[in-house]
Design a protein around this ligand. Structure first.
Ligand code: CMC
Length: 379
């Protein structure tokens, strides 16, 4: 007998008790450990937020300094990982490269001492430190160049932009990326976090946990949507083209990337912050049509679908910000992954505290005791 009815996509089915984050989809509220996202985005750095998510409290100044110092120290990746990346096809998607590289970290640091807080901390530090380095490294390697080594005098976000673009970023660029990372760090039980929890529940190593989550984030219904948004904006090309383009998509009953959410039925609070950030970056570094096209897409889509609770989600304005920061389209989702590692690790740690292996059930709809047909008689 079933304990509850079958809900496709597990919609509305609780799969854990968690104190990491909270979403109110009707009122457009997102909190990390009870603190509103707007406060964290305005006042904290991404690493401070990662610490908060993983250990449950905001770090003191000296705790944060020690954490940042450890992360800076562990940013480099083994040359064997870089050499492995050199064997990847340059046409491969950076999310696939990241998934393979995250799994490869487990080859080097696989001691599975899950009850040892020092092991947990070392794994957290290594993953947070090395994932950005691996994302930036693949970008250079696929172009036939050597990766740029991290710079210890640059903070987390600035160093990623430095490794990617080989120049020290403007402080507003670094701050903008840091805010994006904060906004993407955690979002309750989304698909990739659930994948991380399921993998964690087998008590495998954290590199395997993150690799399975990266594979899940890659899909177009999840993290991959930000890349599709930018493609759509590029295809539209001019504000006047928005209405016919969107209406054609709606006629075809196609999904508009960057809109709709399982939980939010109002505008995603992260989309509002990202829109402001995009505005600020365009004002400082020069405007192009893309921001105006995006605003017009929002207007047209909301006019048609607002009554169904379809509004911009986090992926709608993030691409505009990333593009302005010089991040190539197919690195948008890897940048999302850099941020979400914090949430995945928080859930990994929480899962270990109350672990029971995930083993749901099914409703079997196949036959029973069927006749076996020998191969030469099959038609
Ligand atoms: N464009 C047009 N119609 C939509 C959209 C959209 N983007 N999203 C939902 N709808 C419609 C859908 O057709 C359905 O209409 P009806 O009831 O008339 O059949 C209704 O809204 C409910 O849709 P659903 O598929 O039941 O909703 P869901 O909760 O299963 O899907 C979603 C959520 C995010 C997968 C979906 O909204 C979607 O495909 N959005 C586009 C892709 C996207 O932007 N993904 C990023 C999600 S947020 C960040 C992340 O997770 O990475």
């Amino acid at each position: 007998t079933l304990a509850c009815e079958y809900r496709p996509g597990l919609e509305g089915v609780p799969v854990t008790q968690s104190s990491i984050s909270f979403v109110d989809g009707q009122r457009g509220i997102l909190e990390y450990r009870g603190i509103p996202i707007e406060k964290l985005a305005a006042k904290s750095s991404f690493l401070e937020v990662a610490y908060l998510l993983i250990w449950g409290v905001l770090p003191t100044a000296s705790e944060l300094q020690a954490f940042e110092h450890e992360i800076t120290y562990h940013r480099r990746v083994k040359y064997r990982i870089r050499d492995m990346m050199k064997c990847f096809p340059e046409s491969g998607h950076p999310m696939d490269a990241l998934q393979a590289s995250a799994a490869a970290l487990g080859l080097f640091y696989s001691r599975r001492a899950l009850d040892d807080p020092a092991y947990i901390r070392a794994a957290v530090v290594r993953l947070l430190a090395k994932i950005p380095t691996m994302v930036a490294a693949f970008q250079h390697i696929r172009k036939g160049n050597d990766p740029v080594q991290p710079r210890d005098d640059q903070n987390y976000a600035a160093n990623f932009l430095y490794m990617l673009r080989e120049r020290v970023p403007h402080s507003l660029e670094a701050r903008a990326l840091d805010v994006c990372l904060t906004l993407h760090a955690e979002h309750t039980i989304n698909a990739s976090t659930f994948a991380a929890m399921v993998t964690a529940s087998t008590l495998t190593d954290p590199y395997g946990v993150v690799a399975s989550a990266v594979g899940t984030l890659a899909g177009p219904l999840h993290g991959g949507a930000n890349e599709d948004v930018m493609q759509m904006i590029e295809q539209i090309g001019a504000v006047a083209q928005v209405e016919p383009y969107v209406e054609k998509l709606l006629e075809q009953k196609a999904r508009i990337p960057g809109f709709g959410h399982r939980v939010y039925k109002v505008k995603d609070p992260r989309a509002t912050i990202l829109q402001d950030l995009a505005k600020e970056l365009f004002a400082e570094f020069g405007a192009d049509d893309y921001y105006d096209i995006a605003v017009e897409i929002e207007r047209v889509v909301v006019r048609h679908l607002g009554h169904k609770g379809i509004y911009p989600n986090v992926d709608f304005y993030s691409g505009l910000v990333y593009r302005k920061l010089g991040v190539p389209n197919d690195l948008f989702t890897p940048v999302f992954a850099i941020a979400r590692v914090a949430g995945w690790l928080a859930h990994w740690k929480e899962q270990l505290n109350h672990n029971r292996i995930f083993r749901p059930t099914q409703i079997y709809i196949g036959g029973h005791d069927l006749a076996y047909t020998d191969i030469e008689e099959r038609v």
